[in-house]
Write a protein that binds this ligand. Structure first.
Ligand code: EPU
Length: 420
């Protein structure tokens, strides 16, 4: 197993580029199963979750070719086995994204139940219920969800009980090949959903209202090939902005989409950091003065993303005052807080709220990564801790960050990856 070793105390200065979005590339890959023609995807990040999705597509029967430093070509001419096996789903819940596309393409899908994960129960009941409304029959057997729609899917009005990102994506992929009109109400407005809709439209789908909470889909009988560039990863970009701020640095994060980062930019400014556009697709962050504590509530987009809560919490350990951080999306997403406390942070957890008193002098020690974003928060803490921080189980961070240590080192961070 690999670990990171970080020497704290370096200010980040310079420029770090963001990669393509993991959470936009995952549904884009699932969408490739909707057609027998080639789909060419650019800016697919080379992270572990993407490799898992690629394995899943190959298992199902798709051919994938990655040009060196170039686009990924995917062609699912034949669906050999419309199954997402347990071995792949257990390592990545988002494998359930193939449920909608397989069902729409072949009238059948078999997807292992996701089970628990480090950030809570995370069921897929909303995906299942919506697909049933489209006319599919879903049963559960031997740990698998079996979905069938031998006579195809029929458009209808679907109102999600609560907002779900991959649920919206899954059902959108089913609806584009359903007969007639589907209306998705209370749909997720995350930019990743909009990016999926943009790809589907290039493939021939008819979708209106992407990016709003009501989407209208006119079903078509077939989709074709397309070329598409994945949006930049707003969570990776946000993690680097927070890294710049926590180190009191002067950092430019390049290749980012400013409009996708509004909630974070607002919080950083409130806390006393300076964030300015640096050209059309880059942001400069500086933190020349001590940061102030600012409360936070995670919300669906355009609110503050739960995927940056852990990293923001690390920032608040260094801010003056008391910050109340409320997690509303997932019930168990404060694992990083316990490790931050071991580094000297002053945090109390009360149900869905973390109460952080700062600034606290953090000191380096060995900490354990528990999930992807929790690991990123430990890296941020390591950057400002006195002495050496060792982060075990960095495979969690490799799920969603493309070589985070090399990117941070570009801006002067003292971070190395070591074999244990
Ligand atoms: N939920 C249900 N039933 C469902 C689906 C969701 O009860 O059928 C609940 C979840 O348990 C959760 C809430 O609804 O409490 C929202 O979950 P959502 O479905 O939106 O999450 P997701 O689609 O499984 C995606 C991202 C996550 C991100 C969340 C929230 C991908 C592949 N994953 O997950 O990203 O945290 O949306 O924005 O897009 C990450 O990248 O680290 C990550 C966890």
């Amino acid at each position: 197993m690999e670990r990171f070793v970080i020497q704290g105390g370096a200010r980040l200065e310079g420029e770090i580029p963001a990669s393509g979005s993991k959470n936009a590339a995952l549904p884009a890959l699932a969408a490739c199963l909707l057609t027998g023609e080639a789909v060419v995807l650019r800016r697919v990040p080379r992270v572990r979750d993407i490799r898992t999705m690629e394995k899943l597509l190959a298992y199902i029967g798709a051919e994938l070719v990655l040009e060196p430093n170039g686009p990924l070509h995917v062609r699912a001419a034949v669906i050999q086995d419309p199954t997402a096996p347990y071995e792949l789903v257990k390592t990545m819940r988002a494998s359930s994204l193939v449920l909608g596309s397989l069902l729409a393409r072949t009238g059948r899908a078999r997807v292992s139940m996701p089970g628990g994960c480090a950030i809570g129960a995370r069921p897929i009941n909303l995906h299942v219920h919506a697909l049933e409304q489209l006319g599919a029959t879903l049963t559960q057997e031997g740990g698998y969800i079996e979905a069938r729609a031998p006579n195809g899917l029929r458009g209808t009005r679907i109102n999600f009980d609560r907002i779900t990102v991959t649920g919206t994506e899954d059902v959108l992929m089913a609806a584009v090949l359903a007969e007639g009109e589907t209306v998705l109400e209370n749909a997720a407005r995350e930019p990743e959903v909009g990016d999926l809709a943009a790809l589907l439209v290039k493939m021939g789908a008819k979708i209106e209202g992407a990016g709003t909470s009501v989407m209208r889909v006119q079903g078509v009988s077939r989709l074709g090939g397309a070329e598409h560039t994945i949006i930049p990863d707003r969570i990776e970009a946000g993690t680097f902005l927070l890294a710049g701020a926590i180190t009191g640095g002067d950092l430019v994060v390049a290749n980012c989409e400013l409009d996708h980062l509004g909630a974070l930019i607002g919080k950083l400014r409130e806390a006393g950091a300076e964030v300015e556009p640096a050209g059309a697709a880059a942001l400069r962050v500086r933190a020349p003065r001590p940061l102030q504590a600012v409360d936070l509530i995670t919300e669906e987009h355009p609110g503050f993303p739960t995927d940056l809560q852990a990293q923001y919490l690390a920032l608040m350990t260094q801010a003056q005052g008391i910050a109340f951080i409320t997690e509303t999306i997932f019930e168990n997403r404060f694992m990083h807080a316990l490790e931050l406390i071991r580094m000297g942070a002053n945090i109390r957890i009360e149900g869905r709220q973390a109460i952080v008193a700062g600034p606290a002098a953090l000191s380096g020690t060995t900490v354990m990564a528990s999930d992807l974003r929790a690991s990123a928060s430990l890296v941020l803490a390591g950057l400002v801790a006195r002495g050496e921080t060792v982060i075990d189980r960095v495979y969690h961070i490799d799920r969603g960050y493309e070589s985070i240590e090399s990117k941070l080192a570009l801006a002067g961070a003292k971070i190395r990856r070591l074999e244990e």
